[in-house]
Design a protein around this ligand. Sequence first.
Ligand code: SF4
Length: 900
Amino acid sequence: MSGADGGVLTTCPYCGVGCGVRVPAADAAVQGDVTHPANGGRLCVKGSTLHETLVPQGRLLQPLQRVAESGPDALQPLAWDAALDRVAGRFARTIAEHGPDSVAFYVSGQLLTEDYYVANKLMKGYIGSGNIDTNSRLCMSSAVAGHKRAFGEDVVPGCYEDFELADLIVLVGSNTAWCHPVLYQRIVAAKERRPALKLVVVDPRRTPTCDLADLHLPLRPGSDVPLFNGLLAWLAAHGAVDRDFVDGHTRGVDAALAVARDSAGDLDALAGQCGVQRERLEAFYALFAATEKTVTLFSQGVNQSGQGTDKVNSIINCHLLSGRIGRPGMGPFSMTGQPNAMGGREVGGLANTLAAHLDFAEPAQRALVQRFWASPRIAERPGLKAVDLFEAVHAGRIKAIWIVATNPVVSLPDADRVREALRRCEFVVVSDVVQHTDTAQLAHLLLPALAWGEKDGTVTNSERCISRQRAFRPAPGEARADWWAFAGVAARMGWADAFAYDTPAAIFDEHARLSAFENDGGRRFDLRGLAGLTRAEYDALAPIRWPVLERGQGTDRLYGDGRFSHVDGRAVFVPTAPVAPAHAPDAAYPLVLNTGRVRDQWHTMTRTGLAPTLGGHLPEPYVDLHPADALACGVRDGGLARVISRWGSLVVRVRSSGELRRGQIFVPIHWNDQFASDARVGALVNPVVDPHSGEPEFKHTPVRVEEFRADWHGLAYTRGTVDLQRLAWWVRVQTTAAQRYEFAGRGVIADRAQWARAFLGVDEPAPDWIEYRDDGSGVYHAAYIRDGRLQACLYIAPREMLPARDWFAGLFERLRLSLRDRASLMAAEPFTGGADAGPQVCSCYKVGRNTIVKAIREQGLTTPRQVTACLKAGGNCGSCLPEIRGLLAECALVERAEPA
Ligand code: SF4
């Protein structure tokens, strides 16, 4: 569909906010869709640089099969027909020999609902196994389990507008400023309009989200259940109970309150347990008790836990006791990580759900789905959840697996074991957009998928809003939709009629009809108003929140009438007795590892790693820890450290941001073998899962940190490839016209010039090779220029003597280097083009730290608004505003300490 002013309206493929995007023309810079209810025209820096990811680099363009057991490049093209024959034949043979549970699909919250629907129907309704799970298991399956226990159905009762209508917003386990930036900007704007709106952040880290918080509770990792049990007991003790609501619309309050009082009734003990001052606890509880319009947003900090489901229910319990649910400006709110995590839940993409919010437990529900599909069989029981599923692959019980749009060798806990499981597996199919991922390297068969901008279908964001993702570019090479590949395999397995879809619109229609099939209102997930859309109506579908009972009429909120999805219509209080994390720190592993996202990267970087703008903010994987812990571990800010758990290790840069308290460390989830030598944090994470949801414990793994010793350090930019085997450690960063490498090595380099040429792949003698050497200090600079253009430059030095590097990338965009440019390269200082801007703070306008600090000092700026007016920094998505505020505070402190 075109916007009123032309261009294609589609949806951002990154986080669960689900922002509308307008594409003015293929390959042009994207814009926010001003008509979309999620973002009203805003985009964060990831969304606004989507066009930078639409590049051919690394694309998988045809089916490939591995012809030798070893070697990542031993791949041979084959036709789609042959590829689908091979998948169908191998799956059919495995099923015939070992039964339906010997095969599995592992899919993704990146899939469109239509892809998801077909995959789920094939596995559960035709193959007859529950073994389809999704990477959304790692993200929000605890919220799903919590919703089902409390409400009787996986329903998010509210919508984003509630954040603007609330008087109190509690953000729990969510660095919203970085992970859901547009929603955070909506909250910031609401608070600016209405300063009385209070913001409480519950998070062990002092993240950028705390920037605007009225109260931050830096609770001890794993103590969320005691915190909310304490709140429940407080509400009961202080008369903040909606007795009519509790009596008329819920059950189980006494048992939940008994557990809450027993486990968290003593505030002094509770304060000690949570590691938070008693006064802060009381301030939070009093604020919650006094504020009718309260929204509690929770995200991965709650879900990714061995007790994630109980954490979710401990939050919901407080909203049920106070009757604050389903009405404007109030309610518990689960933010999903991925763009279509909720779409996957709708179709049954999780191994323990069936389809259309129906379940395995009820024979009648299984029969209903089978009847609708007219399928030969239906899975009788839930399949294996992600961690167990790969364990079954490791054990050889699952012998064939099809992995679609996800990278489990990076993202799952105990990821080295997952890698080993896939090495052992008899048949691994990987469908992906890019050819080289850590998981694709283990595939027997690679299938080329459509990327964002090429695929066509729907997604559902965190507020139940179904939006179209529209194609605006032709499919490159032989890339095809995932639903088409699943349907092709189904046809070859003998079920052509049931999978005879010709368009995503036909699949969506079937999905909508299933949601309404024999649904007398017991299932709130109901799209009957979207059934029977014509192709043109589907193409033009405007964002709409489910349930949709009438054409064009969505639903903003659910459960406001106090009628829940349990058979008796009541919501359920779930008693939540606190359980300590499975693995406690000890003398060998004294620190607690927390993992999460950074502002400008997404998942395993297969897309964001291509965008030069996004590589500037935090270009390297890092471990963040308290300076005192760094000292105790013998590592220093800016150095390299090895982080080790019982399950694995990695090597990353040390960073002491001041966000963490002693005893805790943080490592981002994104980096993998394609971008760094040794930075898969999944390899360290304990494979502990929540007993209800199966969601892994990504927030609490005992680790230790040690210095990673290197004899020399280096930096290189190159248009070509480099010989990574020569290095002990490296990181690759995409810039506009070159790749940047940070690296370190061991031993002595006898001849630096020879080493540098070999590393950069420059033939000897290089006609335009310039160099500077200072053997006394161990410094070596070299640049390779061809036809006046810079091809590569390289710097080797003790770490502290490596140059500031953010200006080098610009030299690769020049058609001809000047003499001053050449001199700059050797001096490693910019003689032309102004001063070094410093590390990137504002990615949207590429404004560096040094530039901002200079403007603050020289122009006496005191507010973020003034910085934006002066430099534009912070004026687009606003994700960098917390950092700008930090720089303003830093400069003010320095000024106070050193008055002019
Ligand atoms: S907030 Fe999320 S959905 Fe919106 S533009 Fe950013 S990444 Fe995309």
